[in-house]
Design a protein around this ligand. Structure first.
Ligand code: C2E
Ligand code: CA
Ligand code: CA
Length: 574
């Protein structure tokens, strides 16, 4: 009898793993390992049974024992490779079989060799990788089978380049667009090749139907089509046509599957103005397609300013690495003033960077970019090390200061490395953790509420206080305040700017102040630039204020001078 077991999973589940092993207890243990993984698991006790299941079921990955009676695991995966080349096989075996397994690996029949006894987490990760390999193989196969697309769009790219370069030679302006079918890779796992091919064909036809005569389409990449439109009567008209095309693509995508929504977007440019070769046009259109640039806009035009921005971004990203090692960054301090006494109760540490050729680069710019390419880890470590060192120095000289705030970005809060870092540095510089305040933006918290809140609680347990930064710019939800260990709420400058002009904002801030009081949360107003704003905030009972009205961010020595010359004068009650 066939030994088939299905682990119940959700209805959309399609990933199926077949485990083949002659030992029942091993099968049971492996099934338990994958119980929590998002998989359908089938089992067989020998190669023949395994092959029968594969004929009857849609299996993508096979995990097979090596030593089995009659047909060995090696022969089984060899047969499998022959009959079902897409299926990805993993071999699980004892070290004693190593040399025999090596032969199988060398024959290319198995994707990986895993050893018994196994580590559960590692095994799950390896099986995940095998599923990725399966979908990659299918993507390649899809290409090879596809009638109008050649392997990896190589030939199409060449024809596209020749077509564009020839048109550029004619000196008549024309349009080049790219249609990006975002979720095509993802769709591979959910719908049949035939269905997907029909969708791609329908997209090509829609492009031809919606755009002016003589438009040509080139499938240069799996999920991208380059479109050349030689006759464009006006930019407005082209834009209208592209919007209509986008709508049409959205409708087409609903025919592919009820469950998944295939998004698409279009970027366009004019040659030769936006690029003097096909390559240049393609690269420029890539800039537009970047999610940071295109955002949720379905149709977007290339603008040469994007290129300058991109160049600057690349220069900044390149320079950040050197800047850390060459010690080009420095830390400035901006006071937070107690609105009852005018005393500097705290300060925010802000990074400053003056680059040889780029000049002063705003932290808003370089922090964002370093988050995108992962350099934030190094930058954040530099900040925390130097921040803790300078804070320790400051509080030793000025014990009346209550806290100093460090900004921490989303990526830094993604794992608990930051906890170890702080623990180590607090010890190294002999600093009481209660002097440190951590500022995190509300959008950073909302990105991954569960994880971030865990890390924040751990920082809080170390003895630091937690401030929510830029409150009022994003979700501004009070619902999460009670779930997080929040000590301080920083009202963003946009709210403070509105305090006079808008009665609603005034009332909103006043009620937030009241609510926070009840929750034991201090309120700091950011970006306070005038005496009258300061007055209003005092009237409402806001605790502290930070802004150019008192001081800009200054070097440590200047900040120490401010500490010696305080309190700041406060507006008299009116
Ligand atoms: P933020 O944390 O909201 O910092 C406040 C920003 O507002 C600072 O800009 C500050 O100079 C500016 N500011 C303060 N008072 C006023 C005012 O009255 N008027 C105006 N117009 N602006 C005011 P800065 O230093 O350019 O920093 C920008 C952003 O860069 C920061 O926003 C923060 O998100 C990020 N940043 C700065 N330093 C660090 C850092 O060390 N780590 C991390 N992760 N982010 C940092
Ligand atoms: Ca901040
Ligand atoms: Ca802020």
């Amino acid at each position: 009898m066939q030994h088939v077991a299905c682990i119940p999973t959700n209805e959309n589940q399609t990933r199926t793993l077949l485990i083949v092993d002659d030992e029942k207890n091993v099968l049971q243990a492996l099934k338990r390992t994958f119980r929590k993984a998002d998989l359908r698991v089938l089992t067989a006790q020998n190669a023949r049974e395994g092959m029968n299941i594969i004929e009857a079921e849609d299996v993508q990955v096979v995990l097979s024992d090596f030593r089995m009676p009659n047909v060995s695991g090696g022969d089984f995966v060899r047969d499998l490779k022959h009959q079902h080349p897409d299926i990805v096989s993993l071999i699980l075996s004892g070290y004693a079989d190593f040399s025999a397994v090596t032969d199988v690996m060398n024959s290319g029949s198995a994707f990986k060799f895993l050893s018994k006894p196994w580590d559960n987490q590692q095994l799950i990760a390896e099986v995940d990788t095998a599923f990725v390999e399966y979908y990659t193989r299918r993507e390649q196969q899809f290409y090879l089978n596809s009638e109008e697309a050649d392997t990896f769009g190589y030939r199409e790219s060449i024809v596209f380049e020749r077509t564009v370069d020839a048109l550029i030679g004619n000196q008549v302006p024309f349009a080049v667009s790219v249609v990006h079918l975002h979720d095509l890779h993802f769709a591979l796992a959910h719908v049949s090749d035939r269905m997907l091919q029909a969708y791609v064909n329908a997209v090509s036809q829609a492009i031809i139907a919606k755009l002016p005569a003589e438009t040509e389409v080139f499938r240069t990449e799996f999920d991208k089509m380059m479109v050349v439109t030689p006759r464009v009567s006006s930019e407005n008209e082209l834009q209208t046509e592209l919007f209509a095309l986008h709508q049409c693509l959205t409708q087409l995508s609903t025919r592919v599957s009820d469950d998944i929504q295939l998004r698409s977007s279009i970027a366009y440019a004019f040659a030769p103005h936006d690029g003097r070769t096909a390559r240049e046009l393609m690269l420029n259109l890539r800039i537009v397609m970047n999610p940071e640039v295109q955002g949720s806009q379905p149709v977007k035009k290339f603008d040469p300013a994007m290129l300058n921005r991109k160049r600057r971004e690349l220069n900044i990203q390149r320079a950040i690495g050197h800047a850390i090692t060459d010690n080009e960054f420095s830390l400035y301090f901006q006071p937070k003033v107690d609105l009852a006494s005018g005393q500097i109760q705290s300060a925010e540490v802000l990074m400053r960077w003056q680059h040889k050729t780029l000049g002063w680069v705003s932290p808003a710019e370089f922090i964002n970019l370093s988050e995108l390419d992962g350099q934030i880890e190094a930058l954040g470590s530099w900040l925390i090390e130097n921040g803790v060192r300078q804070i320790a120095q400051l509080v030793r000289r000025h014990p009346n200061i209550e806290t100093i705030a460090l900004n921490v970005s989303a990526r830094q809060l993604a794992n608990r490395h930051i906890i170890d870092q702080f623990t180590h540095l607090l010890d190294k510089y002999d600093l009481d953790p209660s002097y440190i305040e951590i500022e995190v933006t509300e959008s950073c918290v909302m990105e991954d509420m569960v994880n971030t809140s865990k890390i924040l609680w751990q920082l809080k347990l170390l003895g630091m206080s937690i401030a929510i930064d830029d409150f009022g710019t994003g979700y501004s939800s009070f619902a999460y305040l009670s779930k997080l260990p929040i000590d301080i709420l920083k009202l963003d400058k946009v709210l403070i700017d509105d305090i006079h002009a808008c009665n609603d904002t005034y009332r909103l801030i006043a009620s937030m102040v009241k609510l926070c009081r009840n929750l034991g949360i201090r309120i700091v107003a950011e970006g306070v630039e005038s005496e009258s704003q300061c007055h209003k905030l005092r009237e409402m009972g806001c605790d502290s204020a930070q802004g150019f009205h008192f001081a800009r961010a200054v070097r440590q020595d200047e900040f120490e001078r401010l500490l010696l010359n305080q309190p700041f004068a406060l507006p008299k009650a009116q």
